[in-house]
Design a protein around this ligand. Sequence first.
Ligand SMILES: NC(=O)c1ccc[n+]([C@@H]2O[C@H](COP(=O)([O-])OP(=O)(O)OC[C@H]3O[C@@H](n4cnc5c(N)ncnc54)[C@H](O)[C@@H]3O)[C@@H](O)[C@H]2O)c1
Length: 406
Amino acid sequence: MRTRADGTTEIGVGLISVGWMGQLHSRAYANLKYAYPDLGLAPRLVHAADPAPARTDEAVRVLGYERASADYHDVLNDPDVDVVSICAPNFLHSEIGIAAARAGKHFWIEKPVGRGEHETRAVADAAKEAGVVTSIGFNYRHAPAIEYLRELVAEGRLGRITNVRGQMFADYSADPRGALSWRFVRGLAGNGVLGDLMGHLVDLVQYTLGPIGEVSAVTSTVYAERPELPMGTGTHFALIENGDMKPVENEDYAGMLVRVADGAPAAHAVGTLEASRVSVGPRASYGIEVYGTGGSAHWDFERMNELHLSGGLGAENQGYTRVMARPGMGDFNRFQPGAGTSMGYDDLKVIEAKKFLQAVLGREAINSNIQDALSAAQVVSAAERSAETRTWQSSTPVEGTTAAGA
Ligand SMILES: NC(=O)c1ccc[n+]([C@@H]2O[C@H](COP(=O)([O-])OP(=O)(O)OC[C@H]3O[C@@H](n4cnc5c(N)ncnc54)[C@H](O)[C@@H]3O)[C@@H](O)[C@H]2O)c1
């Protein structure tokens, strides 16, 4: 890192894996100067790695990296790289996360961190030992309406929180011709929709209400096999005609009953959380509904810029008001000047990049970190044990998270 003549702080960025998320992280760094010109952050896209030649080519030609390699170690060994975005498939997260920590690189890593709690914990231990700053791809928590919901709960404006209902319903694999990407192979992904989508929902609940202490879960696999998609080609949205069919090794659907832990702002609130990658109808219906003795609020990513708020018992007209995200909620004003003009998904990653780099510079306290990933992984792991044993399972709150009340 160095201070440029114009006073901005140049931060050398490395990227590992140039798939969907790798491209998105890169756009997020590039857009920081427009959204946060006052922060003086000057990310320099230095070195990207991906074994697929078309992806390294794209990294240099389209995304603007100075150099690219097939081997991620070249990124970690590059002295011009200060921070690394780890956007690899799940099976590489622990190996790369640990290597990044040992190389002394701060890292922003995609969720879920690894193929389960044990791998997330190994990355957390390595990051702690190396003293590097971490950030997790829990992008939905940055939606201005969610930041506002967190405030409403913390200030008691919904009363005592009694229950929560959440869903992560996606249709990316609703079609049986939907590709068997690495996400469906246990050795490459770990669990299925539990890690892919439920982890996001667990993070949203923990961020707004507090840590989840207990779960009871069911899981199911709707399609037993799918046509194979070679690694490094296409996306998991691809449809393949007459492909080579391979078995689906993890769950398409997961449902959980949850109880919020003692000591949290919403202690003892109960609820239901569901995730599916085969929903027909909802496209990316990711959301939570929070109910309290004084009011309730609904948010859905498909309508990211809206929060449905009840007026509460005392209101002349009970029921819901559709409140549009506006300046004053989260970082909305960094993207749009007034309510009604919408922010998009990419903007959430710009906010995430800002929080990460501000944390690296010691300036931001509420940046999701590896302890948040470990906490979500613990809950997901408890859900897996519960589904297997048909029993309730507990998850011990993790120290050092950014959960509500922590
Ligand atoms: N935060 C979110 O909302 C969100 C959304 C999508 C994906 N993700 C997560 O991001 C991660 C990546 O997902 P994606 O959809 O971008 O995957 P993708 O399949 O689009 O891209 C994966 C890339 O990894 C590369 N790769 C394979 N082996 C590699 C190796 N040995 N070294 C370096 N690169 C290698 C592939 O060539 C490919 O370019 C996953 O962990 C996923 O769960 C998060």
